[in-house]
Design a protein around this ligand. Structure first.
Ligand code: ISL
Ligand code: CA
Length: 543
């Protein structure tokens, strides 16, 4: 059977605001992306996931949409988008868009209508309930840590939101609302886009308002019963197109995942992003991610979707700090070891812009440098609770989403070659040494390593169908596994630590000849006793 195209594809996530500015206003835009298509082609990626490009008041950088079928003017026009799609396709690159349908902006015409009166035809596009300024319909907590409800004076009711109050949740129980969303979905698919990344999609169904979340505050809107109906309706639309879909599905467990991603089961989407191995939870002061914990989560997802379903593989995105800082030590060596550690797992790998350069966290020193609404909300909230300002700043800047939102580093210029104007977000000063231009010319750069790795990954079908066999499973530093299909066998070994590690090879690797295929160090043979230097990584193939 012919495998679907997305199984042997590499995704690249573009955060349009920070990718490339074409007109000097300091904000990345669609024309900037078009300009950089040759770069993306030279990387070897197959599709781009674009973060939201729709009209938005920008409270949550585009995740608050006020017009689903309009382009954010800062990013360009619909004809720019058509051009991007055309040029991407002629370069063999597909484009998937963010689909944000858990909520809209409070400036969306539907919500403006909905707010007007209790009998407005759009009232039930959102969720309203009786309240008073100091008594909300229930005491559920939103992702920002505040109430999921905001009181509205006009009708003396409160509306529901799992994110910021400027992002009211759509009422998926309303078939009229769903019909409009589905129309919009078809509109984009008919335009020729290649699929969707579905934002916060596991939250679209909520428990009844009298549900008690107890000590799991978000359980009231995490993969709640009844979501099946809506997901199936969307799947029936997707099935009519040759596209790919990836759901951001926090709260869907690895055991439930195949149900979501296996076409022989419910198969709502082709793959999901799990948020369990997600590192943002890392506490300040705790320098880096717990490698063993992360390995266990990733291994479990590999196993639970080994024979049924499909994984989306990632370390970075626009919501997380840079992996080369929080897991690595900001070197070429750590960036490449980390890359190898996840790239050969079973699933579709995603790269976040700048990850392929080894970009790092931004050295924040003050809250004025922070843009992210979520970070600012939390900062003010903690100050109000009387916490020490320095401690709060440390905590916020430890995980702020802004680390990944600084401009893409194209050159060693102080503006990173990102803009000729004043960048909307500070440029990381290490653009002096970490940038596309210098890395292009350096054979040993992270960028050129990614190129080789991508080419190799795509040339070897074992990485699609092969089984996943973890080795050194309980080791706290080394992430290693075998991928095996028929006679073919590969082993991936990465030391994700600063420790020198002496390893005895497990039995299943002995008495075989191994050829080195990819490496970031000088080891060329797989010996019975292996001495791994900090952040050594390599892939061997059985002869
Ligand atoms: O579980 C969560 C928090 O632990 C998350 O489900 C939540 O779904 C995730 O953080 C959502 O992120 C996405 O939707 C947000 C947006 O701000 C993020 O940038 C986006 O990736 C609201 O649209
Ligand atoms: Ca611009």
């Amino acid at each position: 059977m012919q495998e679907p195209w997305w199984k042997n594809a590499i995704g690249y996530q573009v955060y349009p605001r920070s990718f490339k500015d074409s007109n000097g206003d300091g904000i990345g835009d669609i024309k900037g992306i078009i300009e950089k298509l040759p770069y993306l082609k030279s990387l070897g990626i197959d599709f781009i996931w674009l973060n939201p490009i729709y009209k938005s008041p920008n409270v949550d950088n585009g995740y608050d949409i006020s017009d689903y079928e309009g382009i954010q003017p800062e990013f360009g026009t619909m004809s720019d988008f058509d051009e991007l799609l055309k040029q991407a396709h002629s370069n063999g690159i597909k484009i998937i868009l963010d689909l944000v349908v858990n909520h809209t902006s409070d400036q969306h015409p539907w919500f403006i209508q909905s707010k007007k009166s209790k009998d407005n035809p759009y009232r039930d596009y959102y969720m309203w309930a009786d309240a008073t300024p100091d008594k909300m319909p229930n005491d559920w907590t939103s992702f920002s840590g505040n109430s999921t409800w905001t009181y509205d004076e006009t009708t003396k009711q409160a509306f529901f939101h799992v994110f910021a109050p400027q992002q009211p949740d759509l009422n998926w129980r309303n078939p009229k609302m769903r019909k409009e969303i589905y129309k919009m979905i078809r509109w984009w698919l008919d335009l020729g886009i290649d699929g969707f990344r579905m934002d916060a999609i596991s939250h679209i169904q909520k428990e009844p308002w009298d549900y008690d979340p107890k000590d799991d505050p978000w359980s009231a809107f995490m993969n709640v019963k009844g979501i099946d109906n809506y997901m199936s309706e969307m799947r029936d639309i997707f099935d009519q197109y040759n596209i790919m879909t990836v759901g951001e599905a926090s709260g869907v467990t690895s055991k439930q995942a195949p149900d979501w991603t296996d076409p022989n089961k419910k198969g709502y989407v082709n793959m999901i992003f799990e948020l369990e191995h997600n590192v943002r939870a890392g506490e300040p002061g705790k320098e880096r991610i717990d490698v063993l914990g992360m390995k266990k989560v990733l291994s479990r997802w590999q196993k639970d979707q080994e024979t049924s379903g499909w994984n989306a593989l990632y370390f970075e995105n626009h919501d997380n700090p840079r992996i080369n800082t929080i897991l690595g030590n900001e070197t070429t060596k750590s960036a490449t070891a980390i890359a190898m550690s996840y790239f050969f797992l079973k699933g579709t790998p995603f790269i976040y812009q700048g990850q392929e350069l080894g970009m790092t966290n931004y050295p924040f020193t003050s809250i004025d440098q922070v843009d992210d609404d979520e970070s600012k909300l939390r900062y003010n909230d903690l100050l109000k609770k009387g916490k020490d300002p320095i401690q709060v700043l440390n905590e916020i800047t430890h995980w702020t989403r802004d680390h990944s939102r600084t401009p893409m580093q194209w050159t060693n210029d102080s503006k990173a070659g990102f803009t000729t104007g004043s960048p909307w977000m500070k440029v990381n000063p290490n653009t002096a040494t970490i940038n596309v231009a210098v890395e292009e010319d350096d054979k040993a750069s992270v960028l050129n390593f990614y190129r080789r790795m991508i080419e190799f990954r795509k040339s070897e079908l074992t990485f699609i169908n092969g089984s996943y066999i973890p080795i050194f499973e309980d080791d706290k530093d080394v992430f290693a596994y075998i991928r095996k299909y028929g006679q073919k066998e590969f082993v991936i070994i990465t030391n994700l630590s600063k420790n020198v590690r002496k390893m005895k090879l497990p039995d299943q690797l002995l008495d075989k000849n191994w050829n080195l295929k990819l490496s970031n160090n000088k080891i060329s043979e797989l010996k019975d006793e292996l001495e791994l230097a900090p952040f050594d990584g390599m892939v061997f193939e059985k002869e």
